[in-house]
Design a protein around this ligand. Structure first.
Ligand SMILES: [Fe+2]
Length: 458
């Protein structure tokens, strides 16, 4: 279903922020100021039903002893946020997720995701500290281990079950979880209700998980902790392990650790699944951004070893077989879907095109129709690219693709960023609104729309 759109990208002079480490150059470079700006300039019309905050987390390293060995995944977390109300963009703020004292010595720094849960705002990272709580205006409130109920690390990619109001997480951590991962469930009151140790050897980099009504899905893939990498002075001690099996596990949500059903897959790496659901025939369907390999030779970032393509895996717990089908071979990442179809069969998905050879990490926003096998793209123009497409259902919507897509857009020709709001039903059309941001937003990771109805201002 690949389309053949030809995109020209304006060559950009990176002399503004040169660095031999690409993950510190150009728009990967950290910003130097925490800003507050009010009444942002808007082109178009912001839907008045959008009342809340768009938030995005990413690394903003403060001090680096050896820039040549800095990994993109490291560095203190910084959240960028825009508050929308009444058709206006009331403010922009960017803030470190931890205060200066808590940031000292914390390399991971809760730098990967941010969202609303249990009435407050959480910044999250894998394999490091528990979540960091933020106030409404993004000021740090400190580490919050779910009110002291979480024993150990958490994840940047918990899965929300709308039927139960729970968060589900798979967590790993050096060195105390070297031989297992933790499956954790957090109740709607923000307190841990379940922790289960699942034996998994070699400490694989387990970035995400999937959740269906029946199973928690474990991605046990051959990128594992590697002391040689650490001894060579690199910050991020993981490496492709060609001798190790690749498998996904189906853990019955109410089961014990030894109830897990392991199913082999072809060697690969997956950071992000799009959604997952139980099919009527008893199989489990997951769509994944799949890399042929990961961290083979590149010690500072994820994008040079192999590109990510969109695949569908149908996992059969009865036969332990996984049927893998290529959906779209354009490089793409940061998959999202309408949250109302979480854990249910989805028709649509949305991804950010990845163009790692260009000075802009991203290109188009891609809308995938899994029912018809077609895609549509929203092009941002030369030198411009849209990051993770956050989907916000329209008020009173019934159609699955009736929603707004919010994506931060970096314009390499002007070295500036905007927040774009697209109509997902007419994704090829110009943005319904673009919001000027007072500084660029460095390439980073994940975020969410947090409506005021879920997290009260104040
Ligand atoms: Fe991620």
């Amino acid at each position: 279903m690949t389309d053949t759109t030809d995109r020209r990208v304006t060559p950009i002079d990176l002399s503004r922020r040169p660095n031999a480490n690409r993950y510190l150059a150009g728009n990967y470079a950290p910003v130097e100021h925490e800003l507050t700006a009010f009444d942002l300039a808007v082109t178009g019309r912001i839907p008045t039903e959008l009342e809340g905050r768009w938030l995005r987390n990413g690394p903003n390293p403060e001090q680096l002893d050896d820039t040549s060995k800095h990994h993109w995944f490291m560095g203190q977390g910084m959240v960028h946020g825009v508050r929308l109300r009444g058709g206006t963009a009331e403010w922009y703020r960017n803030r470190y997720v931890l205060d200066a004292a808590d940031r000292a010595g914390d390399l991971f720094g809760a730098n990967t995701n941010v969202g609303g849960f249990a009435g407050t705002t959480w910044a999250m990272v894998e394999a490091g500290n528990p979540p960091a709580e933020l106030d409404y205006e993004l000021n740090p409130r400190g580490i919050n281990a779910f009110h002291g109920t979480l024993d150990g690390p958490f994840t940047a990619h918990p899965k929300y079950d709308p039927a139960t109001g729970e968060l589900h997480a798979m967590s790993y951590h050096w060195p105390d979880l070297i031989d297992h991962v933790n499956y954790t469930v957090v109740g709607g009151d923000g307190r841990v209700t379940k922790q289960l140790a699942i034996p998994v050897p070699d400490m694989p980099m387990m970035h995400d998980m999937s959740l269906t009504e029946t199973y928690a899905v474990v991605y046990d893939l051959p990128v594992t902790v590697n002391m040689d990498v650490l001894m060579d002075g690199y910050q991020f001690p993981f490496k492709w392990n060609p001798d190790r099996a690749a498998r996904v596990g189906l853990l019955p949500r109410d089961g014990a650790a030894d109830d897990i059903i392991w199913c082999d897959v072809d060697p690969c790496y997956v950071f992000h699944p799009l959604n997952a659901y139980d099919a009527p025939d008893g199989t489990v369907v997951v769509d994944v951004c799949r890399y042929e390999n990961m961290m083979v030779d590149d010690r500072v970032g994820p994008f040079t070893d192999s590109p990510p393509a969109l695949d569908r895996w149908v996992i059969d717990p009865a036969t332990r077989r996984v049927t893998e089908t290529r959906i779209d071979d354009r490089p793409q990442e940061f998959p999202r879907h309408n949250p109302r179809v979480g854990l249910q069969q989805h028709r649509y998905g949305y991804t950010a095109e990845v163009k790692p050879d260009d000075v802009n990490l991203h290109g188009a926003t891609i809308k995938i129709d899994f029912e018809t096998g077609t895609t549509e793209t929203h092009e941002y123009g030369p030198g411009r690219g849209g990051a993770e497409p956050v989907f916000v259902p329209k008020a009173d919507a019934t159609a699955e693709d009736a929603g707004w897509i919010m994506a931060v857009v970096y314009d390499a020709t002007t070295d500036s960023s905007e927040l774009h709001i697209l109509d997902a039903e007419q994704i090829t059309e110009p943005a319904v609104a673009t919001i000027e941001l007072p500084q660029r937003v460095p390439f980073g990771f994940h975020g969410n729309w947090v409506p005021d109805s879920s997290v009260a201002p104040g």
